[in-house]
Design a protein around this ligand. Structure first.
Ligand code: MN
Length: 164
């Protein structure tokens, strides 16, 4: 009898538009792991309004209550870089492959390599991209404040990019 009730409840939840995972959680009070399969969130080309050169952006997940930041892979071809920008809630970059550069408004340009982790505090003007002759992919963990995660500014000139 109890089993039948649980089954009916699950069916009702399912018919109310809940996923199997949500229905299971509602039925048992336990949440299950959720696996988002590779390739199910399409990547996109970085806009030339905010990037110089060729850049591809692959979102991994959007902010949620437990993890209030977006996570994505960003791949820069050699010489490609972001425009100048700030993040209202900061950003952490994990360099996954290749060699890159990151610059700050004091004119400093620093080389970053696979395995390096860059922490950018909130509202610090900066840019990041690939080294001149090597591509670079980083994972970007970007915080959100008042629904906003970035403020874009002007492009990084060749002189600023080559200041290292
Ligand atoms: Mn940034």
């Amino acid at each position: 009898m109890k089993k039948t009730t649980a089954l009916l409840a699950a069916l009702l939840l399912a018919s109310a538009g809940m996923t199997a995972v949500q229905a299971h959680a509602a039925e048992t009070g336990k949440e299950e792991q959720v696996i988002t399969r590779v390739g199910t969130r399409p990547s996109a080309v970085g806009s030339h309004a905010t990037f110089t050169g060729n850049v591809r952006h692959a979102p991994l997940f959007s902010p949620n209550e437990a993890a209030p930041y977006s996570v994505s892979y960003v791949t820069f071809e050699p010489g490609a870089r972001s425009a100048w920008h700030e993040h209202p809630a900061g950003q952490t970059l994990v360099v996954i492959s290749g060699v890159g550069l990151t610059g700050t408004s004091d004119g400093k340009v620093v080389e970053i390599r696979a395995g390096d982790v860059v922490r950018c505090p909130p509202n610090v003007r900066h840019w990041h991209g690939a080294a001149p002759h090597v591509a670079m992919t980083h994972m970007a963990l970007t915080g959100v404040k008042d629904g906003k995660n970035v403020t874009w500014m002007e492009e990084v000139s060749d002189q600023q990019y080559n200041a290292k």
